[in-house]
Design a binder for this molecule. Structure first.
Ligand SMILES: Nc1ncnc2c1ncn2[C@@H]1O[C@H](COP(=O)(O)OP(=O)(O)OP(=O)(O)O)[C@@H](O)[C@H]1O
Length: 228
């Protein structure tokens, strides 16, 4: 479901005299159906950069990225948008929302975008929000004023509300209390059981050990070693 081969990334800082930062070379990984793979490596190794390239936000300098049959490294923006709507879910570390949109709408939005009826979409969103212990009194409010953990749970609900076949998770348990962390780990286990391919960054080693089948050390793709 996710296939990465010979992937390289360099940043050219045009506003800093054209300085070039080589972040990775020869990166490769595979995530199959029903598998959860953790990206590991020291701070600055390139975990977020690799996730962003797979999500289609950063352009690859070289190599191949195929996600659910789409060649992300070469796809047109409209193909990436369609991939994200239908097949590639993403739980980022921080919630970005349009102000004044109620939390339940934010969660239901991926279903509405797929053409699911409004009542069903809002019903499914509410059920997941209840499971994630987001108080019902907050559902009609914009999440901009929510606590860090509440925002993270809105973000998680949004990522899991549709059964995406591929999921990218960036620190999904980072600011959660033990009870909500358990809910998130159950959601990940359920997604695996229905066949989702999951790639994540988990600084929480115990969470990683619970739900991940394998680890990929991004440090192994440092350019000096990748080029050797
Ligand atoms: N947009 C960008 N422009 C220039 N350099 C970037 C950009 N994004 C990332 N980098 C550089 O790429 C390298 C890898 O960063 P990245 O955020 O991917 O690391 P990470 O492994 O996710 O780190 P952490 O665990 O600290 O979040 C860093 O040296 C960073 O400065």
């Amino acid at each position: 479901m996710i296939e990465v081969e010979g992937l390289g990334k360099r940043f050219v800082l045009h506003n800093q005299g054209g300085a070039v930062i080589e972040v990775m070379a020869g990166a490769h990984l595979r995530v199959g159906r029903g598998e959860c793979v953790a990206l590991t490596g020291a701070s600055g190794a390139g975990k977020s950069t690799l996730m962003r390239m797979i999500h289609g936000n950063y352009r690859a300098s070289e190599g191949r990225i195929v996600v659910a049959g789409v060649d992300v490294a070469r796809a047109e923006p409209r193909e990436i948008i369609r991939l994200r709507r239908e097949r590639l879910g993403h739980v980022s570390q921080f919630l970005r929302v349009v102000p004044r949109v109620p939390a339940r709408e934010v969660v239901a939005e991926p279903l509405l975008a797929l053409g699911v009826g409004r009542d069903e979409a809002l019903g499914r969103a509410g059920a997941l929000m209840a499971r994630l212990n987001i108080p019902e009194a907050l559902w009609s409010l914009s999440p901009t004023t929510f606590s860090g953990g509440e925002q993270q749970r809105v973000n998680i609900a949004r990522g899991f509300v549709h059964g995406f076949p591929v999921l990218l998770l960036d620190e999904p348990t980072a600011s959660l209390d033990p009870a909500n962390r358990e809910v998130v780990l159950s959601l990940i286990a359920e997604a695996k059981a229905r066949g989702a391919a999951i790639l994540g960054i988990f600084h929480d080693a115990a969470a990683r050990a619970r739900v991940c089948d394998r680890e990929v050390d991004v440090g192994a793709f440092a350019p000096a070693r990748g080029a050797a």
